[in-house]
Design a protein around this ligand. Structure first.
Ligand code: AHM
Ligand code: MG
Length: 336
């Protein structure tokens, strides 16, 4: 029998990591397992998205008389549900909900983590069978253990993240997560329903070939950003351009590609929306953490994303993120 001993599941991997820290409690590993479980349920529904005409439209009652939830609401409920019923999370914040949720039961009040997530990012792409994703961010509470978690637990700067990650529902389903020790990627093997280690110790290439930005907004960006984007389309000694433009409109897929292959992703502020579109807590911070651990950089054009002190759960930020050299090239223009 050919047993492939190289296959390492997500649980096996986190256990191996745990053994290197005799004082670790295993709460983070449990949290990651809970998040993986929710994402597998979401994945099943995402894969059926093209069948809505057959199974019933989202937001309506299907032929079996069941409510068909919109996929982003379904995903939100799955992530909230597993975290509420798990034993490692005191409360959550979600891009789908106006306010944070305190679980407030004996087990949750004694849990040391809170989780922020965007349950289904890029959901505008669902109808057209383009990759979408989930993004999550884990913080250690600053409030007193044994009591309900508080707003301060959620409004911590990104540099306090303990872990962050994302799932991409694409040609394969992947989960990538980072702790301070590194970034690792797991691909869902549908035959056994397990995430298995496929991208160990991911490093973001120092430079790359891709730049990702919504060109439709070009004339809404400030002059320096336009200068950089123009530079991406020319051959210069510094950049080695022209780069290839790739923008799918699902941040998870766009940043994932650039993380693996090298590139820069930008969602700058516009004349109408000076702080851009993306949310600091649910989108920018987790990706900034992952990309920085992998060797890249992330800023809002002026300041390191991870050093921004949040003041609101849903605050937005401009975002520039990617390979170190490309980010330095951008900074040399925007800081001039
Ligand atoms: P969402 O959270 O409502 O799905 O919006 C976030 C998405 C990102 O995934 C993506 O990078 C961006 O919106 C695309 O926006 P635009 O269509 O303005 O380029
Ligand atoms: Mg989003």
């Amino acid at each position: 029998m050919n047993v492939n001993r190289k296959i390492l599941t997500l649980d096996e991997f986190t256990l191996t990591q745990l053994r290197q820290f005799p004082s670790a409690t295993g709460e983070l590993s449990r949290l990651l397992r809970d998040l993986a479980l929710a994402s597998k349920r979401v994945n099943v529904e995402v894969n059926k998205a093209g069948l809505v005409d057959i199974l019933g439209d989202y937001g309506t009652v299907n032929v079996q008389g069941e409510d068909v939830k919109k996929l982003d609401i379904f995903a939100n409920n799955q992530f909230m549900g597993v975290l509420k019923h798990g034993i490692s999370c005191a409360g959550i914040g979600s891009e789908e909900m106006d306010d944070f949720v305190v679980f407030d039961d004996e087990v949750s009040n004694n849990s040391k983590y809170v989780v922020l997530f965007d349950p289904l990012d890029g959901s505008g792409n669902i109808d057209v069978n383009v990759s979408i994703g989930t993004i999550f961010s884990v913080y250690k509470r600053v409030s007193e253990l044994g009591k309900p978690c508080t707003k301060e637990d959620f409004l911590q700067p990104g540099n306090k993240q303990v872990a962050a990650g994302y799932m991409v529902y694409g040609s394969s389903t992947m989960m990538v997560y980072a702790t301070r020790r590194g970034v690792n990627g797991f691909t869902l093997d549908p035959s056994i329903g397990e995430f298995t280690l496929s991208h160990p110790d991911i490093k973001c290439p120092e430079t790359g070939k891709f730049y990702s930005v919504n060109h439709g907004n070009f004339f809404q960006y400030d002059e320096k950003v336009r200068e950089y984007i123009n530079g991406c389309q020319r051959k210069t000694k510094e950049t080695g351009g022209p780069y290839t433009q790739r923008y799918i409109g699902s941040m998870v897929a766009d940043v994932h590609r650039n993380l693996i292959k090298g590139g820069i992703f930008m969602y700058p502020g516009t004349l109408d929306k000076p702080k851009g579109k993306l949310r600091l807590l649910y989108e920018a911070n987790p990706f900034a953490f992952i990309v920085e651990v992998a060797g890249g950089l992330a800023t809002n054009g002026v300041q390191r994303i991870l050093d921004i002190q949040p003041t609101e759960l849903h605050q937005r930020t401009a975002l520039f993120i990617g390979s170190k050299k490309m980010m330095e090239e951008l900074a040399s223009i925007t800081n001039s």
